[in-house]
Ligand binder design. Sequence first.
Ligand code: FES
Length: 165
Amino acid sequence: MIITLTVNGRRTELDLDPRTTLLDALRHHLALTGTKKGCDHGQCGACTLLVNGRRINSCLALAASHDGDEITTIEGLGKPEAMSDLQAAFVQHDGYQCGYCTPGQIMSAEAMLAEVAEGWPSYVTRALDDDPTLTDEEMAERMSGNLCRCSAYPRIRQAIGAVRD
Ligand code: FES
């Protein structure tokens, strides 16, 4: 089947088996390998990207169900010579060890910061707050869908906090 995706601002048509996941469509059909496959079961968050500005696990999504959607991957955030603020903060604060989970962490953090800016309820207290304080506990809860097997969590949260501040 033919589907159309706008990936990192570029509209593209793909001829895919309807069973193809969004993750595999990006990695195998568009050579966008920044989005990683960890568990392939929706448990690790390595495959996190943005669909119409919201974070999803792309290993759980069929590409066909996103026909017409806008996809943002780690490749769409910045460039080596002009990193996004969040990418630069991860470098500055050593927000990684092996780096495999990093694209998913950064994409998830991008979406999480937008959710906070929009006043989404606290994940910890469930309270509505126009400008919730992003405590370490709150950030850990909001980022809990992204696992880091090296346990670089404190530095990941430092990096995110530096952008938030
Ligand atoms: Fe998608 Fe692990 S690869 S959640």
